[in-house]
Design a protein around this ligand. Structure first.
Ligand SMILES: C[S@@+](CC[C@H](N)C(=O)[O-])C[C@H]1O[C@@H](n2cnc3c(N)ncnc32)[C@H](O)[C@@H]1O
Length: 230
């Protein structure tokens, strides 16, 4: 983040998605947000109510073309461009955002470009996530989480260290930011309503489960069935 005096207030909103944006915009949209490595626009669109203009950038032509097709908001546009050469004027952007993408960028170039395009008091915000979760359901939360913890042990047996790597990469990115006023938030929870079959589908989509299937498809399927039953 660049210069601001509102740290105390920002703390109150740490655990709310878009909390910083909502606080800074105070109900009035700011001028311009950039979503770098926007993919299909998953995180671009939620910015639309808070800015007069939102521009999603990505190096992938196919991602940009899907984003254009599925985004209806009038103030959101997309363009093919690399994070290392942002197609914007100096001091023209209020927020440079990047979700699950900054670890792919050439970091020093991306940060230099972000600082160049940001206005004074603008904000550079990026995030990644690791899928560690707790389930919540009426009085059954505890029992469900016992099952989930056991499932994780099995899944981690078929994983590599990419979760740790991701955490380490984002720590490095944070440290590389040359701005004085910055903050690393590690406990930002996201609540996602999911049915049990959706949850099992999510586990199945993880690379660890795919590795498990490649090694022993029968055991992997049994693991999914047993987890779902419990
Ligand atoms: C994991 S996806 C995340 C997409 C989106 N932000 C989301 O969370 O759904 C990473 C995206 O970064 C893009 N990307 C990778 N390197 C890039 C670069 N140097 N400049 C711009 N985009 C890049 C990829 O094309 C991809 O769409």
């Amino acid at each position: 983040m660049t210069e601001n005096d509102d740290n105390e207030q920002i703390k109150d909103t740490d655990n709310k998605n878009l909390g910083y944006t909502v606080l800074m915009t105070n109900g009035r949209p700011l001028e311009m947000a950039l979503d770098v490595g926007c993919g299909t626009g998953r995180y671009t669109l939620p910015l639309a109510p808070h800015f007069k203009k939102v521009l999603g950038l990505d190096v992938s032509e196919s991602q940009i073309s899907v984003a254009k097709k599925i985004t209806m908001a009038n103030n959101v546009s997309y363009m093919m461009a690399p994070a290392e050469k942002l197609p914007l004027k100096d001091a023209s952007v209020d927020l440079v955002h990047s979700g699950l993408a900054a670890h792919w960028f050439t970091l020093d170039k991306f940060i230099n470009e972000s600082v160049r395009v940001l206005k004074t008091r603008g904000c550079l915000a990026f995030h990644g996530f690791v899928p560690l979760f707790e389930l919540e359901y009426k009085h059954l939360s505890h029992d469900l989480n016992v099952v989930v913890k056991e499932a994780w042990v099995t899944l981690f047996d078929h994983g590599d260290n990419s979760n740790d790597e991701m955490i380490c990469q984002y720590q490095n990115i944070y440290e590389a930011i040359p701005l004085k006023d910055k903050k690393h938030i590690t406990e930002m929870l996201q609540k996602v309503p999911m049915s049990i079959p959706e949850f099992i589908g999510f586990i199945e989509s993880l690379y660890m489960c795919q590795n498990f299937k490649e090694k022993d498809v029968e055991k992997a399927e049994q693991f999914l069935i047993q987890t779902e039953k419990r």
